[in-house]
Design a protein around this ligand. Sequence first.
Ligand SMILES: [Zn+2]
Length: 263
Amino acid sequence: MFIDTHAHLDFPEFKNEVHQVLGRAIDVGVRRIINVGVDFDSSKKSVDLARKYPEVFASIGIHPHSANDLDIETKQRLFTLASHPKVVAVGEIGLDYYYLKRSSQFSKYPSREKQIFCLEQMLDLSIELRKPVIIHSREADADIYAILKSYQKDIRGVVHCFSGDWDFAKKILEMGLAISFTGNITYAKQGSEIQRIIAEIPLGSMMVETDCPYLAPEPYRGKRCEPAMVVRVAEEIARIKNVSLTEVEKQTSKKAMTLFGIS
Ligand SMILES: [Zn+2]
């Protein structure tokens, strides 16, 4: 069984199609899917999907792009939402400086300070709930490292959609966190740093995900991504590490089951 550890089936791209999309996933052996919230509404929708479909589990949290939404009431509502037994993580949470660095009128995006405040609140929530975290880091690896380091002894979790360098990968593993990979690893050129990272780090610290509807792996690049395509991500890892697909399937799923407490 494969586990897609990061999907957004509540997004409008899947409107009225979740049933068929899940059918295609199950057909290729993807039997567990973690649907990840990005704000309160999508966290709630993730829980609704988990209620409805046995294969789906939910993660709840506030993405850095929605950091301005966070107030005491929202945090309290997330805490209440997390009482559902199929809520397995807090995420996705983190820092995203991509637009802050590029946009001329970046006031629309939460400031660095706001994002950091939101991340720390969400890490505190994960500790209160005793659940692992799903971390998003985009062009913010140094700040992410500094903050996670200060929480190191109290948190467990994964840095998702890994796109950092070797040094960052090493630091994540040293903190006892896992790394998960999306279809974007299939875009990399032969000999690129991401391939070296995949080759070097142990399979037992890795998980696979789609981040669908985004980042469809080759040969589907540019199309809408869906959980069935996580098998392509696992195939790419098997190719780079020169191990069997079954081995990748077994070890990444074992890691996901242990981290998120699912069976
Ligand atoms: Zn995501």
